[in-house]
Ligand binder design. Structure first.
Ligand code: CO8
Length: 257
């Protein structure tokens, strides 16, 4: 498929999606989201892909939902077409996804980054939920995911004042996993993705599923879920290979089975 709003590449076992609407600071419109969903779907079903990286430009990961497209929406259009629900496919991906964020990640851009499994930020990154300045509030998980990442006080501060958080504050607060110099952002994100993609894909997927479970359930249930999944790993060839390789002092050759 020819993409107009994103660039899609495969580098080894890593699928790379670059948001590419420079004239609107990668504002998310329905055409971009449709392309993103198609690209994600094809990486998800491609067994040669073990990890996905989602990035934007130097100036903006994404400056939010496209205000010009959204501004005239009516309540009935939003309700009947279930506006936004098809926009969160990233959060339903089963393969690991890393967000590599430089510049603005605002509104839907911040929400999209938070739908990924972890965020690597350039030192230029700026995160914010400025929807209140537009007369709305976050609509793609901002009030929920940001609160889980940074806690109630800071999430309230961000959502109620609309202020931006720089990369250092985002790292201190637990929103991003690491901050790197802007010119090394993609290299660092690709290195992390290649590392993940070099492990067993089903084991990485089960690990992701288990970590995500911690958001949805009690500690006791979560630990029970983890135990069941952990037990199931002894049915995989990759567990046998990983542990035999350690004992034999050689590099494991995982075959994703
Ligand atoms: N929508 C549409 N166009 C935008 C957006 C946007 N969110 N952000 C920037 N642009 C456009 C500008 O209109 C401008 O276009 P033009 O040149 O035609 O006038 C171009 O991008 C460059 O922008 P600026 O001239 O404003 O650039 P600056 O460097 O001066 O400022 C800012 C950069 C601070 C990022 C500024 O552009 C800004 O404040 N943008 C809006 C940020 C915002 O409010 N975002 C939240 C949007 S609401 C939202 O996201 C709801 C979420 C819904 C769910 C989404 C699901 C994933």
């Amino acid at each position: 498929m020819g993409y107009e709003n994103i660039r899609v590449e495969t580098r080894g076992r890593v699928g790379l999606v670059t948001l590419n609407r420079p004239s609107a600071l990668n504002a998310l419109n329905s055409a971009l989201i449709a392309e993103l969903n198609t690209a994600l779907g094809s990486f998800e079903s491609d067994e040669k892909i073990g990890c996905i990286v989602l990035t934007g430009s130097e100036k903006a990961f994404a400056a939010g939902a496209d205000i010009k497209e959204m501004g005239s929406l009516t309540y009935m259009e939003a309700y009947l077409n279930d506006f936004i629900t098809s926009w969160d496919q990233v959060s339903r991906a089963r393969k690991p996804i890393i967000a590599a964020v430089a510049g603005y990640a605002l509104g839907g851009g911040c929400e999209l980054a938070m739908m990924c499994d972890f965020i690597i930020a350039a030192d230029t990154a700026k995160f914010g939920q400025p929807e209140i300045t537009l007369g709305v509030m976050p609509g793609a998980g901002g009030t929920q995911r940001l609160t889980r990442f940074v806690g109630k006080s800071k999430a309230m501060d961000m959502c109620l004042t609309g202020r931006m958080m720089d990369a250092q504050e985002a790292e201190r607060s637990g929103l991003v996993s690491r901050v790197v110099p802007a010119d090394e952002l993609l290299e660092e994100a690709m290195k992390a993705a290649e590392k993940i993609a070099g492990f067993s894909l089903p084991i990485a997927m089960m690990t992701k599923e288990s970590v995500n479970r911690s958001y949805e359930t009690t500690l006791a249930e979560g630990v029970r879920f983890e135990r069941r999944v952990f037990h199931s790993m002894f049915a995989t060839e990759d567990q046998k290979e990983g542990m035999s390789a350690f004992v034999d002092k050689r590099k494991p050759q995982f075959n994703n089975r």
